[in-house]
Design a protein around this ligand. Structure first.
Ligand SMILES: O=C(O)CCC(=O)C(=O)O
Length: 288
């Protein structure tokens, strides 16, 4: 019998992540799985009702729905799947826990841009001593240059943490350092098919453009912290909480199971970091 191929990242992928700060896995979730997550999210009234709107400086608006605890729903099964959690444990060198997940909505014509930043620019403020966090960006729609796919500066995680500052309504990395980083690191435009996943390091400089196309760009991003990096102070995201993984086939088995009434979503006022205080005033809840 053919051995079942593990979907956890192999040594070559881990090496690529360590060298480049990211690794893209084509078909991390297959088309059926990605389609199911997208269809469920589109019909999920709770997700829509808890979307926060983040304006950019040029008339665009991105929506984010964010939750800390992986729920008993299809998104929670993605976040707890062996292929994701096992890969994260390899990338971060040991046990990981779920830090949060978020659905990033860039609607056609109006979807907003995200400035160059490092996630650790935010998470450092949350009492995470080490940059031992990573995210997986899972495309639900095709993500293209036209609809505002992710862009990264390859290898920029090696710079270490850069100071972040409020720029317009967002927190961005120090523009002087970003300019130099852009001269020294290749800029990669990460076009992705539904189900593709990009694992990226929390110090990788990344951004994304506006969506001026006729197509939506919905993405699920799941973020993890290493257990050994348990935050030394409370914040809007959780301290170490054991994460129970589920077999990879649980995503399909869950079908269209949407978020439950007891799921807790973040609001713009939950962000306790001072650095984001003024950025927060620019954000507004766009529940509709
Ligand atoms: O969804 C995007 O385009 C960017 C997301 C991002 O930069 C982030 O979540 O840190």
């Amino acid at each position: 019998m053919e051995p079942v191929r593990s979907r956890v990242l192999d040594d070559a992928a881990v090496e690529a992540f360590e060298r480049d700060g990211y690794v893209v896995v084509r078909g991390l979730f297959d088309e059926e799985e990605a389609g199911l997550v997208l269809a469920t999210a589109k019909e999920d009234r709770r997700l829509a009702a808890h979307a926060m709107g983040w304006p950019d400086d040029d008339g665009g608006l991105s929506k984010i729905t964010l939750w800390n605890e992986p729920g008993d729903d299809i998104y929670g099964m993605v976040a707890r799947s062996e292929r994701v959690v096992g890969s994260m444990s390899r990338l971060l060198g040991g046990e990981v826990y779920h830090y949060h997940s978020k659905l990033m909505l860039k609607e056609p014509e109006v979807g907003g841009a995200w400035l160059w930043h490092q996630d650790y620019g935010y998470w450092y403020q949350n009492g995470c001593l080490y940059p031992l966090l990573a995210s997986v960006f899972i495309a639900l729609d095709p993500a293209t240059g036209e609809n505002g796919c992710l862009q990264v500066l390859k290898g920029s995680h090696r710079i270490g943490r850069i100071e972040h500052q409020v720029i317009g309504g967002q927190l961005g990395a120090d523009p002087e350092r970003v300019a130099v980083a852009r001269e020294r690191h290749e800029r990669v435009t990460m076009e992705m098919r539904p189900g593709d996943g990009a694992f990226f390091h929390c110090n990788l400089l990344h951004c994304s453009g506006q969506n001026r196309s006729a197509d939506p760009r919905w993405t699920l991003i799941c973020c993890y912290n290493a257990r050994v990096n348990d935050p030394f102070k409370p914040s809007q995201h959780p301290a170490y909480t054991p994460l129970e993984t589920v077999p990879d086939d649980t995503v399909l088995a869950y079908g269209h199971r949407a978020s439950s009434p007891d799921q807790v979503f973040m609001t713009v006022d939950d962000d306790v970091s001072e650095e984001r205080a003024s950025a927060r005033t620019a954000a507004r809840t766009v529940a509709d």
